[in-house]
Design a protein around this ligand. Sequence first.
Ligand SMILES: [Cu+2]
Length: 458
Amino acid sequence: MKRRNLLMAAGAFLPATTLSRVLAESGHEHHNHGETTSGRRTDQGYMPVHTPNGWTLPYEMRDGVKEFHLVAEEIEHEFAPGSKAKCWGYNGTTPGPTIEAVEGDRVRIFVTNRLPEKTSVHWHGIHLPSGMDGVTGVTQPPIMPGETFVYEFTLEQHGTHMYHPHADEMVQLAMGMMGMFIIHPRDGETEPVDRDYAILLHNWALHPGTERPDPAVMVDFELWSMNSKVFPAIDSLVARSGERVRIRMANLSMWNHPMHVHGVTFQVTGSDGGRWPRQQWRPEATEIVGVGQARDIEFIAPPGDWAFHCHMSHHTMNPMGHELANPLGVDQSGLEEEIQRLLPGYMAMGEHGMADHQAHTDGGHMPGPRNTLPMAMGEGPFGEIGMGGMFTLVKVRDDLEPGDFSDPGWYRHPEGSVARAVSRDPDYGSPHRRGRPATAESEQLPTPNRDAHGDHEH
Ligand SMILES: [Cu+2]
């Protein structure tokens, strides 16, 4: 049996997404710019993007046109181990696969609707004939459940773009329907990058104990995600020391996200408008990616483990109540026993801050609602990380092979280059201070967690 016949036979039994993967792996007439080719330039001369926790949609070349198939459908999605939901996405995932092409390409994109309601796809930021813009009721009739529509246009620009429905957006975006659409410049880049990452920022109202996002929520979201994953399930971005790294960020959530990279001054180098002229690049440590915007940042990678996260501190947390009374500084002694009579297992917390939360949930003595992540998670080489949501790491190593995207583990710091304890005397070093401390002299400072069980004198 010839390969083509075999594939056609296979196609009769496989769902479209599996089929396209089979075709991509066969290397015949199909082109995959995903996991298999990342780190190497394609025959079209560009460095394929790498979508952490995601993938790139294979295409088929037909009469000089790049053909893609998108399937809008309900999926089972895991945000991090311990939290799954029925979401909506494309071709089995949220975000949908990254579409990647080159300026000048003609693309033909088939969209099959397997959702229980009508949809459409809008190609966000892309120049195209008005009738291909994907706005239900305005530029096209809706794609009804079971129908397939075709979009076709020629790419006349480059840049970091998106796709998402323009039908019942409030619901369909809240459920996870979105993807990135990367267009590479036709003539290559004068200052090429070595690693090119694509990240979609989103938020989810997945209430504790539930399994479908709530589309009605406007502000108090439970999960803040990069490519629909939350820390610690977001892949680390890896690079070799000295490589030029680009991170393309796009935001289809309901909030703006000031995205911050530790250890570098990055340049903001592009957006939906393509890679900006060099004189328009600007050095920053934090860049706001507004709702509906895309921003590209670039930096030369210095060795180490560097946090990369949204700077809205609630966006680096997982589910929590937002209508709590403030427990900071409230003496809760005796309260725990009282409440335990009504609510067995209740634990009083928050008197000294919320950092103890992870110890309680990790220790298993404060089980949360089912299918719900703890507020803060992650274990690093120095203990609890205490983060969640839009937080991951840029891991840069001297000995990483080009194109190797595997997680290298934790950084081994050069001898003598790690911050360390020098004293346990709160008056150490007689620091200059203004006014008197609010803590009464007689009151003891809280004992650090790590020696709570070993540092008492009697
Ligand atoms: Cu944010």
